[in-house]
Design a protein around this ligand. Sequence first.
Ligand SMILES: [Zn+2]
Ligand SMILES: [Zn+2]
Ligand SMILES: [Zn+2]
Ligand SMILES: [Zn+2]
Length: 419
Amino acid sequence: MDIHELKAYFFNACAFLHIEINEIQPDIYHLVFPKKLHHVFKEEQMNITFLKEHQHLASFITTESYVLQKIAHVVTQQPKGMSHAFLPFSLQEVKQRARQLFSPDCTITFQQENTITQRYLVLWFKFTLKGFKVEESLRAFKYNLATGDISFLPFDLQELFSRVTESKKALPTIENIEEINEKMMKKATKSGASFVKEKTSEVEQELEKEIKRIHDYYDLLQLEDAFAETASTVETREEREESLKSERYLLIEQQKIKYTFHEEDLTIEPVEMVVLTEEIEYCEMTVSNSFGTHHFTLSGDMENPFICSLTKRKDGPFTLISDGRILLQEKARVCTECLQTFDYTQMKLCAVCDTSVCHSCAKRSSLTQAALCSKHATSCQGCRQQVATNEIQECGSCRDPYCRSCLSGELCELCFDLY
Ligand SMILES: [Zn+2]
Ligand SMILES: [Zn+2]
Ligand SMILES: [Zn+2]
Ligand SMILES: [Zn+2]
């Protein structure tokens, strides 16, 4: 176990045993044992640390330390009395966040609220894997009492315990509890293989280091041999080389065996069972502004479903644009001609005044192909083509507007011909 895993395991086990944990200074934790554990630890409280450099300040916790061993043992000795936990997934926060995520031009309403109740049997297992070192972990599975589906519990214990409350409702009677237990045990056992694999791959780096050390050592030996001025014959030199080679190979194989965990060294024990009632609130949400309306389904156990259709960002503030899409407000532009909103990639800037106009409102100069707003598009008296107002010149004689390709010098064709 690395320090993070050790910490997570330790804190999870503490959560199980209702041992209070407070970080009193960086990396020093104060534990308060519940009354029923006073006789086990012979103390009511204790300071602990996971850092060796703090061991003069608090009990230093390692996988071998007395405190951890004790806690790990007590976890498996827990009375298996079942409790009933209640886990609500309220919409309140989700709704509040939803409101904050839309710009003030949007009106938000919620309708059709309802609640779906799911009941589970949750069983925690302690996984203990004994190899060249001991790996321990607490893992939980939940069994849906209505559908029979078994899934991982998505929370770690600390998080779950901080969110659940003791249900006031009576514990439901579960008829086939033995059978369910058996199914969950099977599921846990099945996941054992992946647990062993996971742990083996976690120590892979350590193994690689060991192998490298062996290679370095034998590389050095061979190098020394090559430079040694012994009067050894070719035969003995070859023999020695051969034996070094097989020694090297043997050592590496031994290390590989040492660093591999085996499924038969894994024990899985059920440690705690809880009936969990989840209440998930659902509602429909309507967002509307002067350009359109959009509907969403929200639930208390989900992230907000809003996403900018252009940038895929989820942080808002969002707005609705005229084609019904959700967009980050900063990416939305109003067309000064039709007053509809678009995403900025659909906009053109007038080459004369720089205002935004949408694709369909934008006009084009036949001379330069530049986009124009309607104020700055005009037509040439000669060729009748659409051009920008700044591409037009008055004829020096008749004062009519012409584009530069229709003027000969200062004059339009008609006036030119007259002179
Ligand atoms: Zn427009
Ligand atoms: Zn313009
Ligand atoms: Zn012209
Ligand atoms: Zn003219």
